[in-house]
Ligand binder design. Structure first.
Ligand code: RB5
Length: 142
Protein backbone atom coordinates (compact mmCIF):
# COMPACT_ATOMS: atom_id res chain seq x y z
CA UNK A 1 0.00 0.00 0.00
CA UNK A 2 1.20 3.49 -0.92
CA UNK A 3 0.31 6.62 1.07
CA UNK A 4 -0.03 9.71 -1.08
CA UNK A 5 -0.47 13.32 -0.03
CA UNK A 6 -0.04 16.84 -1.29
CA UNK A 7 -0.56 20.47 -0.47
CA UNK A 8 -2.35 22.87 -2.84
CA UNK A 9 0.85 23.29 -4.91
CA UNK A 10 0.93 19.56 -5.58
CA UNK A 11 -2.78 18.83 -5.73
CA UNK A 12 -3.17 18.70 -9.52
CA UNK A 13 -0.07 16.59 -10.08
CA UNK A 14 -1.22 14.25 -7.31
CA UNK A 15 -4.49 13.74 -9.23
CA UNK A 16 -2.46 12.69 -12.30
CA UNK A 17 -0.32 10.34 -10.25
CA UNK A 18 -3.38 8.73 -8.65
CA UNK A 19 -4.98 8.26 -12.07
CA UNK A 20 -1.81 6.48 -13.16
CA UNK A 21 -1.60 4.31 -10.02
CA UNK A 22 -5.22 3.29 -10.48
CA UNK A 23 -4.60 2.36 -14.12
CA UNK A 24 -1.62 0.27 -13.02
CA UNK A 25 -3.69 -1.49 -10.36
CA UNK A 26 -1.52 -0.13 -7.54
CA UNK A 27 -3.21 0.29 -4.17
CA UNK A 28 -2.94 3.68 -2.52
CA UNK A 29 -4.55 5.82 0.13
CA UNK A 30 -4.95 9.57 -0.38
CA UNK A 31 -4.48 11.51 2.86
CA UNK A 32 -5.33 14.89 1.24
CA UNK A 33 -5.41 17.70 0.57
CA UNK A 34 -8.62 17.36 -1.42
CA UNK A 35 -8.77 20.61 -3.39
CA UNK A 36 -6.58 23.56 -4.41
CA UNK A 37 -7.27 25.69 -1.33
CA UNK A 38 -4.09 26.85 0.38
CA UNK A 39 -2.94 24.47 3.15
CA UNK A 40 0.25 23.80 5.12
CA UNK A 41 2.43 21.10 3.57
CA UNK A 42 3.86 19.77 6.90
CA UNK A 43 0.35 18.58 7.86
CA UNK A 44 0.26 16.26 4.84
CA UNK A 45 3.88 15.19 5.22
CA UNK A 46 2.96 14.05 8.73
CA UNK A 47 -0.17 12.20 7.57
CA UNK A 48 1.85 10.21 5.01
CA UNK A 49 4.79 9.49 7.31
CA UNK A 50 2.45 8.27 10.07
CA UNK A 51 1.08 5.64 7.69
CA UNK A 52 4.61 4.37 7.10
CA UNK A 53 5.47 4.49 10.79
CA UNK A 54 2.37 2.51 11.79
CA UNK A 55 3.07 -0.08 9.09
CA UNK A 56 -0.15 0.44 7.12
CA UNK A 57 1.84 1.65 4.08
CA UNK A 58 5.28 0.63 2.85
CA UNK A 59 6.00 3.65 0.69
CA UNK A 60 4.80 7.24 0.43
CA UNK A 61 4.48 9.90 -2.25
CA UNK A 62 4.32 13.59 -1.33
CA UNK A 63 3.73 16.43 -3.76
CA UNK A 64 4.11 20.14 -3.02
CA UNK A 65 5.15 23.02 -5.27
CA UNK A 66 8.79 21.94 -5.46
CA UNK A 67 8.98 18.69 -3.46
CA UNK A 68 11.48 20.38 -1.16
CA UNK A 69 9.29 21.47 1.76
CA UNK A 70 7.63 18.06 1.86
CA UNK A 71 11.00 16.27 1.91
CA UNK A 72 12.34 18.51 4.69
CA UNK A 73 9.24 17.98 6.82
CA UNK A 74 9.06 14.23 6.17
CA UNK A 75 12.74 13.70 6.98
CA UNK A 76 12.18 15.01 10.53
CA UNK A 77 10.10 11.92 11.26
CA UNK A 78 11.63 8.72 12.68
CA UNK A 79 12.23 5.96 10.16
CA UNK A 80 11.48 8.21 7.21
CA UNK A 81 13.92 8.49 4.35
CA UNK A 82 12.39 11.00 1.97
CA UNK A 83 13.94 12.09 -1.31
CA UNK A 84 13.01 15.08 -3.48
CA UNK A 85 13.46 13.76 -6.99
CA UNK A 86 13.12 15.21 -10.48
CA UNK A 87 14.58 12.48 -12.71
CA UNK A 88 14.33 8.71 -13.13
CA UNK A 89 17.99 7.93 -12.44
CA UNK A 90 17.78 9.59 -9.02
CA UNK A 91 14.47 7.85 -8.29
CA UNK A 92 16.13 4.50 -8.93
CA UNK A 93 19.30 5.26 -7.00
CA UNK A 94 17.53 6.65 -3.95
CA UNK A 95 15.72 3.29 -3.64
CA UNK A 96 18.80 1.18 -4.35
CA UNK A 97 21.30 3.15 -2.25
CA UNK A 98 19.30 5.11 0.36
CA UNK A 99 16.33 2.76 0.79
CA UNK A 100 14.15 5.87 0.44
CA UNK A 101 10.60 5.21 1.57
CA UNK A 102 9.03 8.52 0.56
CA UNK A 103 9.20 10.10 -2.90
CA UNK A 104 8.74 13.89 -2.98
CA UNK A 105 7.79 15.61 -6.22
CA UNK A 106 7.21 19.17 -7.37
CA UNK A 107 3.82 19.96 -8.83
CA UNK A 108 5.13 23.26 -10.15
CA UNK A 109 8.41 21.90 -11.51
CA UNK A 110 7.46 18.60 -13.17
CA UNK A 111 5.12 17.76 -16.00
CA UNK A 112 2.75 14.83 -15.44
CA UNK A 113 4.42 12.48 -17.96
CA UNK A 114 7.83 12.79 -16.32
CA UNK A 115 6.32 12.64 -12.84
CA UNK A 116 4.55 9.32 -13.44
CA UNK A 117 7.73 7.90 -15.00
CA UNK A 118 9.61 8.90 -11.85
CA UNK A 119 6.90 7.29 -9.72
CA UNK A 120 7.22 4.04 -11.73
CA UNK A 121 11.01 4.04 -11.35
CA UNK A 122 10.73 4.62 -7.62
CA UNK A 123 8.06 1.97 -7.02
CA UNK A 124 9.67 -0.71 -9.16
CA UNK A 125 13.19 -0.43 -7.76
CA UNK A 126 14.07 -2.39 -4.62
CA UNK A 127 16.70 -1.47 -2.04
CA UNK A 128 19.95 -3.18 -3.03
CA UNK A 129 20.46 -4.51 0.51
CA UNK A 130 24.21 -4.22 0.02
CA UNK A 131 26.27 -4.04 3.22
CA UNK A 132 27.91 -0.73 2.32
CA UNK A 133 24.54 0.93 1.81
CA UNK A 134 23.11 -0.52 5.03
CA UNK A 135 26.21 0.74 6.88
CA UNK A 136 25.91 4.23 5.41
CA UNK A 137 22.19 4.53 6.13
CA UNK A 138 22.81 3.42 9.73
CA UNK A 139 25.25 6.32 10.10
CA UNK A 140 22.42 8.86 9.74
CA UNK A 141 19.08 7.08 10.09
CA UNK A 142 18.68 6.92 13.88
C1 RB5 B 1 3.28 26.52 -1.32
O1 RB5 B 1 3.09 27.76 -1.94
C2 RB5 B 1 4.72 26.05 -1.49
O2 RB5 B 1 5.55 26.77 -0.66
C3 RB5 B 1 4.82 24.56 -1.22
O3 RB5 B 1 3.98 23.88 -2.09
C4 RB5 B 1 6.18 23.93 -1.40
O4 RB5 B 1 6.72 24.21 -2.65
C5 RB5 B 1 7.14 24.08 -0.32
O5 RB5 B 1 8.27 23.58 -0.37
Amino acid sequence: MIAIGSDHGGYLLKQEIMKHLKAEGKEFTDVGCFDEKSVDYPVYAKKVTEKIQDGSCELGILVCGTGIGMSMAANKEKGIRAAAVSDCYTAEKTREHNNANVLCLGGRTLGPDLAVKIVDCFLSTPFSGEERHIRRIRMWDK
